[in-house]
Each structure stands twice: as structure tokens, then as C-alpha cells.
Design a protein around this ligand. Structure first.
Ligand code: NAP
Length: 287
């Protein structure tokens, strides 16, 4: 059976780690050729060696327009054109109070998370037009939908990514380019440790810890993994979502569905506390 991305060419930023790496692996398995754009050169070179002829690594700091332009051009010079852009590179900072956050931190976070994807689109669109259209997928976050899932600069930048995706979708739909966002929940990657300034080994351990904890506190009792987001990116990048644009797909094991008592009978239920058992949630067995 033909892969769902047979004949397609993709650029994936943040492509050598976590969600980006999982997406490179899945897209290649589905027949795509991929430019993995990132700032971790050693891992990038190893990725190229794993997938000869299918993956090219581009050193690309998404805060540098010239490097984004070069990564996108590599898709054309190496693989003949561009059909898919996954704007996924990301960083975060620690949770701090508003007066503590330096102006430079706001600039850095917005440069990577908002300006980076904006410039990615700027350079990808002309190449997509040469192919008659394309699909852009931007990684946002549940932190862009609700307070409490990340630091303020990160969260507000991710909200901007969601809205930028909508506006871009409206602007680009006449040119047959779809734009959508993904809002991951808690996914086991090194971003948590990295945002606390931990060395990589410690960051990987923290990733496992976060995932294991999330599995206990979200409705779907399994840790969110990079492949869970890669599958969403595959859907939004492929022709299966030909009628979908300007939306954001929440992939979070249900962690944002509502108050915990809605799915966990052992959690405190403010209504039951006020009004008694008639407000306790029904169980699956109806007991
Ligand atoms: P990750 O494993 O740390 O991967 C992110 C990659 O982007 C890393 O290789 C990182 O390199 C790279 N990067 C950082 N700054 C960059 C820059 N200026 N230019 C190019 N690449 C850069 O983290 P991840 O969790 O997979 O993150 C992927 C995306 O998902 C991010 O946009 C993140 O905000 C989003 N997200 C993640 C979660 C989660 O729970 N993991 C939840 C919601 C949204 P370094 O390691 O050297 O920084």
C-alpha cells in the first residue's frame, strides 16, 4: 500500500528531537522526503545517516531568517520542491512571576515561537505555489488555550500561533495552501528539562517523569509520546485533511476536558460537597 505522503516533500523544524523527530520518522515511513531543520548538528547528521536519500539535515536557527530561507530552499534543491511545512521548533522558560521576567526573555520566546513560524511560512509559500498548493502545520500548545500549562510568555506566544494559523489559513486558502495548528498536552520530551536549564541526560529523565505523572492525572491513562503528535501532524499534512484549514487540533489525552472530578470519582467534586451524592459523577458501571 502506498504511504500517505508518497511523493511529498516536507520541512520539519525542531526535527531532530522529541515531537519533531517522531514526525520525521513517521513522515519518512509514509513515503515523504524530509528536511529536518534544527540547531543540534550532531543529532542532525546522525538522522541523515539513518535515512539516506530520505532525510537531509539543515542547521537552522528559526530566529535567523537567512537560515530558515536556506532550509526551505534545501527542500527544492535536494528533493525538487516543497509540499509540507511543520513549524515545530520550540523552547520554553521557567515559571516566574511577571516582574521577574526580563524583556530579553519575551523577545527570545516570541522570536522562536511566533516570528520563526511566521518566517517559515513566508519562505515556504512561494515554493508551495510552484507545486499548486501545500499544507502548513504549526505546533501550538494547550498552554495557548488555557492558563496553567506553561509560563506566561510561552503560553501567550502559543495563543498567537493558534490565531496566526487561522489568519494565514484565510489568506492562503485561495492558493490551495491549508494552515492548521496542533495543541499538544504533556508529551514526554526534553523540553521541560531544557526550559529549566538542565543538562540533556537530566532533561530526558525529567521527560519520563512528566509523562508518567501525566498518565495518572489525565483522562487517557497513558503517557503522551512524540508519536501521538506526529500522527496528528500526518493527518493535517496529508490529503486526508483536504477540507480542514484554520483549526487547531487538541491532542492531550483529554487533560483539558474539564475538572478532574468529571472523570475521576476519587477527586474532590465541589458540587457533591455542596449538594451531596446526587451530584456525584456516574461511573461506567452505573453504580
Ligand atoms: P524538544 O524535544 O526540546 O524539541 C525541540 C527542538 O527544537 C530541539 O531540538 C531544540 O533544540 C530545537 N530548537 C530550540 N530552539 C530552536 C531554534 N531557535 N531554532 C531551531 N530549533 C530550535 O521539545 P518538543 O517537546 O518536541 O517540542 C516541540 C514543539 O512542541 C515545541 O514548539 C513545543 O513548544 C511544543 N509543545 C511541546 C509540549 C510537550 O509537552 N513536550 C507540549 C505542548 C507543545 P535544543 O534542545 O538545543 O533547544
Amino acid at each position: 500500500m502506498a504511504g500517505r505522503l508518497e511523493g511529498k516533500v516536507a520541512v520539519i523544524t525542531g526535527g531532530v528531537s522529541g515531537i519533531g523527530l517522531g514526525t520525521v520518522e513517521l513522515f519518512v515511513a509514509e513515503g515523504a522526503q524530509v528536511v529536518a531543520a534544527d540547531i543540534q548538528d550532531e543529532k542532525g547528521k546522525m538522522l541523515e545517516q539513518r535515512f539516506p536519500g530520505r532525510v537531509r539535515y539543515a542547521h537552522c536557527d528559526v530566529t535567523a531568517e537567512v537560515e530558515i530561507a536556506a532550509a526551505v530552499q534545501l527542500a527544492k534543491s535536494e528533493f525538487g520542491g516543497l509540499d509540507i511545512l511543520f513549524n515545530n521548533a520550540g523552547i520554553s522558560d521557567a515559571m516566574r512571576s511577571i516582574p521577574e521576567i526580563e524583556a530579553e526573555t519575551w523577545t527570545w520566546i516570541y522570536n522562536v515561537l511566533v516570528r520563526g513560524p511566521a518566517l517559515g511560512m513566508k519562505h515556504a509559500v512561494p515554493l508551495m505555489l510552484e507545486r499548486g498548493g501545500g499544507a502548513i502545520v504549526n505546533t501550538a500548545s494547550i498552554a495557548g488555550l488555557q492558563a496553567g500549562w506553561g509560563p506566561i510568555a510561552y503560553s501567550s506566544a502559543k495563543a498567537a500561533v493558534i490565531h496566526m494559523s487561522r489568519v494565514a489559513a484565510a489568506q492562503l486558502s485561495p492558493q490551495n495552501i491549508r494552515v492548521n495548528a496542533i495543541c499538544p498536552g504533556l508529551i514526554a520530551t526534553s523540553i521541560f528539562g531544557a526550559s529549566l536549564g538542565m543538562p540533556r541526560e537530566g532533561a530526558d529523565q525529567l521527560a519520563a517523569l512528566v509523562a508518567a505523572h501525566a498518565a495518572k492525572v489525565q483522562p487517557v491513562p497513558k503517557a503522551g509520546m512524540p508519536d501521538d503528535i506526529a500522527q496528528a501532524a500526518l493527518y493535517l499534512a496529508s490529503d486526508a485533511s483536504a477540507f480542514v484549514t484554520g483549526t487547531h487540533l487538541v491532542v492531550d489525552g483529554g487533560i483539558t476536558v474539564g475538572s478532574r472530578h468529571a472523570w475521576d470519582v476519587s477527586a474532590p467534586n465541589p458540587f457533591a460537597e455542596m449538594f451531596g451524592d446526587s451530584f456525584a459523577p456516574p461511573t461506567a458501571q452505573g453504580q
